[in-house]
Design a protein. Structure first.
Length: 451
């Protein structure tokens, strides 16, 4: 996919030259005045704008920046300026321009600056989305199993502190949602929560994202950049897959956690930070320490509070709550009106191994809601998947053969729990959903000890 770039300049020949050079790598549009450029911005979504500083017609580069910033505070803007207008270029930076470039300049110089601007814009848009999501009141279910309730009680005790928290558990067990909950219940809830995937970025880029860099620190560093540890001042940083960090990055992170200060890549002066560290990993860090793959001192700094999330197969009685939550979620997303699952479907959902944990269950629920033609999820939808999918067979043999009475009781208990979840505890509606009387529902709830 090519990025979309807008060039604004009053010199038509200059715009033609720019378009000829950059069309190879970008989708390019041009405008011969600030007003025409703003008109294009109303019609098309651009990834970056490059505008001249001095233009006739009553609208110069500064005016263009001010107008853009009224509607889009994150769109990267590069100012092209002559030697005599450097002072205005500095003002443009203060108004929110990403960088300025002095005429005459080489095409390669502008291309490097443009590439960095677009990368910065994409990153900050992604972070803005994350921050927005972290501020929403997510109706997320954590479960009611004993282990999860113990975890939530611990979080209640420590969420308002700044103690670093380490989240352990298999992939898909809900570590990122727990991290969001910790942030939302902390004193830092009005500040940003930024997530950094330590496994997704190469070491040099990861260090630049974490600690920032100074101008000229490496090839392409045409301007200084603040790291996310600095950008998240007053907020929270989630370091996802912390076990993937290289030894050299571990050393630098240790200093950040201990001293609450960082050194940008290529810089000499320390920068103070104020963040709460939450780390997450699916690796066994104690084993990694034994292999000299992870620093022991960093581990103890990050694991002041250590929480291990159990896999879904060990908390099968939480599955009806997740099912009800995902059913509501995907009904809203796909404008469906599915009100129930066949009892056999819910029973089987509780017996599957769920190697992908909650994430796999969510995927399965989404597929079943999408494929359902009626207001009920049937058993055939559960197995509408690959023959290699783990939803086909459980990994562990069932040595216990239940009696018919036990099967019926289990099915009744699960159906009642599901109905109560779907009706948010309204027993009258739950009884109607189940097709039984309210008094019968009360008796069965007492029999199966359902609160």
């Amino acid at each position: 996919m090519k990025y979309n770039v807008l060039f604004i300049d009053d010199e038509k020949d200059f715009l033609t030259a720019l378009k000829g050079y950059f069309t190879i790598s970008y989708e390019v549009q041009t405008a011969e005045s600030g007003a025409k450029g703003l008109s294009l911005l109303e019609q098309t979504q651009f990834d970056a704008v490059v505008t001249d500083m001095s233009m006739p017609g009553g609208m110069d580069g500064l005016d263009v920046i001010r107008e853009i910033r009224k509607t889009d505070p994150l769109l990267p803007i590069i100012i092209m300026t002559g030697v005599g207008t450097i002072k205005n270029a500095v003002e443009a930076i203060q108004q929110g321009a990403f960088h300025y470039i002095t005429k005459p300049f080489g095409s390669e110089e502008l291309e490097i600056t443009l590439r960095r601007a677009i990368e910065s814009g994409q990153l900050h848009r992604r972070l803005a989305r994350q921050e927005g999501e972290s501020r929403k009141d997510h109706d997320y279910v954590f479960g009611s199993s004993r282990h999860i309730q113990d975890i939530m009680q611990t979080i209640d005790k420590v969420s308002e502190s700044d103690a670093p928290i380490l989240l352990l558990g298999e992939t898909g067990t809900g570590k990122s949602m727990i991290a969001k909950h910790i942030h939302k219940t902390s004193t830092r809830k009005d500040k940003p929560l930024f997530t950094i995937d330590c496994a997704a970025l190469a070491e040099p880029l990861l260090e630049s994202e974490l600690f920032g860099h100074v101008k000229g620190a490496f090839t392409g560093a045409v301007s200084a950049k603040r790291g996310l540890l600095e950008e998240a001042y007053g907020g929270t940083i989630l370091l996802d897959e912390i076990g993937e960090l290289s030894p050299s990055t571990q050393v630098k992170l240790l200093r950040a956690v201990q001293e609450l200060e960082i050194r940008p890549v290529g810089g000499n002066r320390p920068v103070s930070i104020d963040v709460r560290f939450i780390s997450a990993t699916s690796r066994n860090l104690e084993d990694e320490i034994e292999k000299n793959q992870f620093r022991k001192d960093l581990y103890f700094r990050l694991a002041v509070i250590s929480l291990t999330l159990p896999p879904l197969r060990q908390r099968k009685f939480d599955i009806p709550q997740f099912v009800a939550h995902f059913l509501k979620k995907f009904n809203q997303r796909y404008k469906k009106r599915i009100t129930r699952l066949e009892p056999s479907v819910l029973q089987e959902l509780q017996q599957l191994p769920w190697k992908g944990n909650i994430r796999e269950l969510e995927n399965t629920m989404e597929r079943m809601v999408l494929l359902a033609d009626r207001d009920v999820v049937t058993r055939d939808l559960l197995y509408f998947c690959d023959k290699n999918s783990c939803c086909q067979e459980t990994d562990t043999p069932n040595d216990h053969i239940s009696s018919l009475k036990e099967v019926v009781q289990d099915a009744e208990s699960l159906a009642i729990k599901q109905a109560l979840e779907l009706t948010q505890g309204n027993r009258t509606l739950a009884a109607k959903l189940l097709g039984i009387g309210r008094r019968t529902l009360y008796v069965k709830m007492e029999t199966y000890e359902i609160n």
